[in-house]
Design a protein around this ligand. Structure first.
Ligand SMILES: [Zn+2]
Length: 317
């Protein structure tokens, strides 16, 4: 091989290697560019996604705010409405006089039977200081079993707590009577307070059974001229004291009731389970002896006692 040929070959080889290198570096650049483009694309896509998410969150938040604003507005409106209504109610109340609560029914229609035998002995069991459902219900069950009636001198402020038991007593023909609204010793309060205690008890009964009371038992049996003047129904005391509150003992209560006679008014309290147990035994015993168990209004009616408001009565004798 000649020197010329050799140098040509070398040139050729060199040219070839240069072209290859150029080609290689072009491919590398292309690859790099593709990678860059890909990254850029991904970056853009991420930005777009983020923009969409952020805009969604913002729109959701602003719609909540507008809901709150609407709610606030409607609350404000309804508060304004209430205020207007209250104002109207006040004006209406000022125009119309305080409604005088007339009883819807006469209590005596329910608790004064007119078909009893006036010749047979009668006794009026009376229960003070209730109602108290756990005990009053048991007493009512005994009375119902023997078709017996009794009188419940309720403390007015206890009545709304036991409306069902009060309705039940009324439905059974028992007499609902007043023992004042707050068990007030009426001799130690002012005239205004006596009147309030009576009226408040009556309006409470009015709401539950639709009628007023026709008898009041003064707490502690305490009566003076001021009480007599200001209570417009008969003041009903008792002549047989079971002392159930003192003994809280069923045999002792029954023992104290052994002397019961015609026309008696017996004092008990529908607060103690021992009283309810005594009543369960006493009622059939009295019926066996020939007694009719009556309300105080029935006792006065059949014993021909013309009762007057503010007068005190201890028995039907
Ligand atoms: Zn009492």
């Amino acid at each position: 091989m000649s020197l010329q040929e050799d140098s040509k070959k070398v040139e050729k080889e060199m040219g070839k290697s240069l072209r290859e290198r150029a080609e290689k570096s072009r491919l590398v650049r292309q690859k790099e560019l593709r990678n860059h483009m890909l990254l850029l694309g991904m970056g853009l896509a991420l930005i777009v996604i983020m923009v969409v998410v952020v805009s969604k969150v913002v729109s959701l938040h602003s719609s909540n705010n507008s809901d709150v604003a609407v709610a606030n507005d409607s609350e404000k409106q309804s508060a304004a409405k209430d205020k207007n209504q209250q104002q109207e109610d006040k004006e209406e109340a000022a125009k119309t006089p305080e409604p005088t609560k007339e009883p819807q029914a006469e209590g005596t229609d329910k608790w004064l039977r007119k078909d009893l035998d006036s010749k047979k002995p009668m006794v009026a069991l009376t229960f003070d200081d209730g109602p108290y459902a756990p005990v009053t219900e048991k007493i009512l069950a005994t009375l119902k079993k023997y078709d017996a009636k009794a009188t419940f001198f309720c403390v007015g402020n206890r009545v709304p707590g036991y409306p069902d038991v009060v309705k039940q007593a009324y439905g059974q023909g028992c007499q609902l009577a007043s023992h004042t609204y707050e068990h007030k010793i009426l001799t130690s309060v002012k005239k205004k307070q006596i009147i309030w205690q009576v009226k408040k008890t009556d309006s409470t009964f009015e709401e539950i059974i639709g009628c007023h009371t026709t008898a009041l038992r003064p707490p502690g049996g305490a009566v003076n001229d001021k009480v007599k003047e200001n209570v417009k129904v008969p003041l009903v005391c008792w002549n047989v004291d079971s002392e159930d509150w003192k003994s809280r003992n069923t045999p002792k209560i029954l023992q104290r009731c052994q002397s019961i006679g015609d026309g008696d008014i017996v004092l008990m309290h529908d607060l103690y389970p021992t009283t309810a147990k005594a009543v369960a035994k006493l009622v059939p015993q009295l019926i066996k002896k020939g007694f009719q168990l009556v309300t105080v209004d029935e006792l006065f009616y059949y014993k021909d006692i013309k009762t007057e408001g503010g007068s005190v009565y201890f028995s039907g004798k």
